[in-house]
Design a protein around this ligand. Structure first.
Ligand code: CIR
Length: 254
């Protein structure tokens, strides 16, 4: 059960965020701000108190707070983002994390790790090894979570930015996945559903206190999730999608 979340309002510099989706155009700042407000309301409707931090113009991608920390019951981990332009964002979040956590661990050089590559399912952490999270960073996080009684499984990530860009594991064992996670043994035991290519963005859902926040505009995936009986909240993510941002990356939940 999550009771709190941290988000950061996008700054005007958002239009300069890192992207692999240039074809979608630049984000519209005003629209992004209202989408962000709607996102915060969606989290609040799941029973979570959201602290919204001030924008940082210096870091265009800093609204994606999920990438700079990994939070779990016993400790917080400040990450070491693998994107050079984002690396110093980790220092921006420390003061806020200190308000909530006494035990703070860190991913240290030469390890790199971004929170978008980390998916927790009960006592298991899935750790994506991607262009942003290297093997060393993944092994450091594995050692940290093992100290607190969790297990960790490493998952190779290719074709997508982060692990959670391409997969969502529901608590009932249902795995919503993009095609590149087809046969990964890390997820053996789950019931897999592959999103169609044109709906690949919908593989990233945000699960909060029994509800599933999903991006609007992906009718096939929505139908599948509705048929499974999930309690769904749709929200428009069009402006964040233009800079590779998904639902999970806009907040830290704890
Ligand atoms: C980046 O490339 O780092 C940002 N433009 C998007 C980050 C998305 N974060 C996430 O999926 N956890």
């Amino acid at each position: 059960m999550f009771t709190k979340a941290i988000a950061r309002k996008p700054g005007r510099s958002l239009i300069c965020g890192i992207t692999s989706a240039e074809g979608l155009g630049k984000p519209d700042y005003e629209k992004a701000v209202s989408q962000h407000e709607a996102y915060v309301r969606a989290l609040e409707s799941c029973g979570v108190e959201v602290e919204v931090l001030e924008p940082s113009e210096e870091f265009p991608d800093s609204c994606f707070v999920e990438d700079v920390a990994v939070l779990f019951a016993e400790a917080a981990v400040i990450t070491n983002p693998g994107a050079p332009a984002r690396n110093a964002e980790k220092e921006l979040i420390v003061e806020t994390i200190r308000k909530h956590y006494q035990t703070i661990e860190r991913i240290e050089e030469p390890g790199t790790l971004e929170g978008g590559d980390i998916m927790q399912d009960g006592k298991t952490f899935y750790i994506g090894v991607s262009e942003r999270t290297n093997q060393e960073g993944a092994m450091q996080l594995k050692s940290i979570v093992e100290k607190y009684g969790y297990q960790a499984r490493l998952v190779p990530v290719c074709e997508v930015l982060h692990l959670k860009t391409g997969v969502t594991l529901f608590p009932d064992g249902f795995l919503l996945a993009g095609a590149s996670f087809g046969n990964d043994a890390a997820f053996d035991g789950s019931v897999r559903h592959f999103v169609p290519e044109e709906e690949a963005y919908a593989a990233n859902c945000l699960l909060v206190n029994g509800k599933a926040i999903v991006p609007s505009g992906f009718p096939k995936t929505l139908e599948v999730l509705k048929n499974r009986g999930y309690d769904i909240i749709e929200t428009d993510m069009s402006e964040f999608r233009k800079i590779d941002g998904g639902l999970t990356c806009l907040s830290l939940r704890f």
